[in-house]
Design a binder for this molecule. Structure first.
Ligand code: SAM
Length: 385
């Protein structure tokens, strides 16, 4: 009797298992395949994903590039690839749009330095930016393009109010001067000033720019964009901003860019702004170049202070100008002559090497260097890290 009881219990258990297994038969291979895929997938991807996410969270770049856009883009790409490896859903266009968005966040309202909200194309380029409208998130002022460049001066859009700069700035707003600038005017600097010429000057400044390669650069007081075009063609920078106060220089700059075929129109923008009121967020830019311009600015200290504000820690300032010392400092009555010329022209005329060094350090820049050739001088300084 007892035997029969155990026999039936065992029999029913087997029948129950048989029915259960049969009912799941079709889904078991699918589950097994899925589990195998997940396990295999995880085995294959996990080390890579782990390695990638571990790099992106623990990789500490050298301080010189730690804050550069190059590093930020690099880190962002690594993060993006680790996400792609795990989920495989982030389309490339999203990554590009995020990069474009990040670049646009460097632009700021020249009145309150707050973020500008952008309604234009997602792409940052010579053609799209002049068609965009930007609105300050704080004061709500709208800034627009005029077909060749974005006007980010404080007085942009004013209907009645007009403002004149000192003669040293105004002269470059004349269309004739803009036309002549690269057609003889600039070449004159080599003859009587000892300027080596654009290609050599770019070669010289490359050493200073090494730590920020891959980052953003502003060609401040770019005139017709001689250096902006060299920077864009070099492929060394993620963003090139050609900036000047003169509308006619920017128009000439736009025309030259349009005429050149081997120049990428992306990640290159033309901006009208005053050097003493730069429309960029603080600590957002990797490098500022100001070629043959310091002596034209109404207040070099206001300009260099602004450059210092927008440079990120470790960011580089490199400039060329005419220097006034050596034999020139022995000219009798030099100081009063300089003062009078300065008052008439509205600029500081030429500075001495000691004045240039002092100017950089009073504006918070360090590691000043200086290379000279006759009256030409190339200086560089860095924002402390
Ligand atoms: C001699 S050009 C220098 C051009 C060029 N960077 C080069 O290396 O040949 C001086 C430029 O400074 C610009 N400039 C003068 N005052 C300015 C200001 N307040 N803000 C921005 N740019 C200014 C002028 O419009 C002019 O294009």
């Amino acid at each position: 009797m007892q035997f029969l009881f155990y026999f039936f219990v065992t029999f029913f258990i087997f029948v129950f298992i048989f029915i259960f297994v049969n009912s799941r038969r079709r889904s078991i291979p699918a589950m097994a395949t899925k589990m195998a895929t997940v396990v295999a997938g995880n085995l294959a991807l996990a080390p890579a994903a782990n390695r990638i996410s571990c790099y992106s969270s623990t990789f500490k770049p050298p301080s010189s590039i730690g804050n550069s856009h190059f590093y930020r883009n690099f880190a962002a790409k690594i993060r993006a690839s680790s996400v792609t490896a795990a989920v495989e859903t982030t389309p490339a266009t999203d990554v590009n749009e995020n990069e474009a968005k990040a670049k646009k966040q460097v632009l700021a309202c020249p009145i309150c330095y707050d973020t500008l909200i952008w309604n234009g194309d997602p792409v940052f380029s010579v053609d799209s930016t002049p068609r965009s409208i930007l609105k300050c998130s704080n004061c709500k002022k709208a800034y627009g393009g005029n077909g060749t460049h974005l006007d980010l001066t404080v007085a942009s859009g004013s209907k009645k109010y007009g403002e004149n700069m000192p003669a040293s700035s105004e002269v470059f707003r004349l269309p004739l001067v803009s036309f002549l600038y690269e057609r003889g005017w600039r070449q004159g600097f080599s003859l009587w000033g000892g300027f080596p010429g654009p290609e050599k000057e770019f070669d010289m400044m490359k050493d200073y720019l090494k730590p920020i390669v891959g980052g953003s650069i502003i060609d401040a007081s770019c005139a017709s964009g001689m250096f902006s075009r060299i920077f864009a063609k070099s492929g060394l920078f993620s963003l090139v901003v050609a900036l000047d106060f003169s509308e006619s220089m920017l128009k000439q700059c736009y025309d030259f860019i349009k005429q050149e075929e081997n120049i990428s129109k992306e990640n290159l923008i033309l901006v009208r702004a005053d050097i003493a009121r730069l429309p960029f967020a603080s600590s957002s830019i990797d490098a500022v170049h100001a070629g043959a311009a310091l002596h034209c600015w109404p207040s070099p200290s206001a300009g260099v202070a602004e450059i210092s504000r927008i440079l990120r820690p470790g960011g580089v300032f490199v400039a060329t100008t005419f220097i006034l010392d050596g034999p020139y400092s022995f000219i009798p009555f030099m100081s009063p002559i300089r003062q009078s010329i300065g008052q008439i022209s509205g600029s500081r005329v030429y500075l001495s090497e000691r004045e240039l060094k002092d100017l950089c350090s009073t504006c918070g820049l360090v590691d000043y260097t200086c290379v000279r050739n006759r009256r030409f001088v190339m200086i560089s300084a860095r924002k402390p890290t």
